[in-house]
Write a new protein. Structure first.
Length: 66
């Protein structure tokens, strides 16, 4: 229906969305962030990506351990 939307409805919707986004952000921050951790060991770069680590990646992993 034309004219069904209003500035008041627009403002209320924006406030509701802002509130939901901020709540989700705060919840996500409880799991950690890039600035404050927690930081997994560097070796998980390899174990979290590959089911079977290719030989060339295994070499890189060994270099990382040196």
């Amino acid at each position: 229906k034309i004219g069904a939307w209003s500035e008041e409805k627009d403002t209320q919707l924006k406030e509701k969305i802002d509130s939901e986004v901020m709540a989700a952000y705060k919840e996500a921050c409880t799991f950690g962030d890039l600035a404050n951790g927690p930081f997994p060991p560097a070796s998980t770069i390899f174990t979290e990506v590959y089911e079977e680590v290719p030989w060339h990646v295994q070499e890189q992993r060994e270099e990382l351990g040196k």
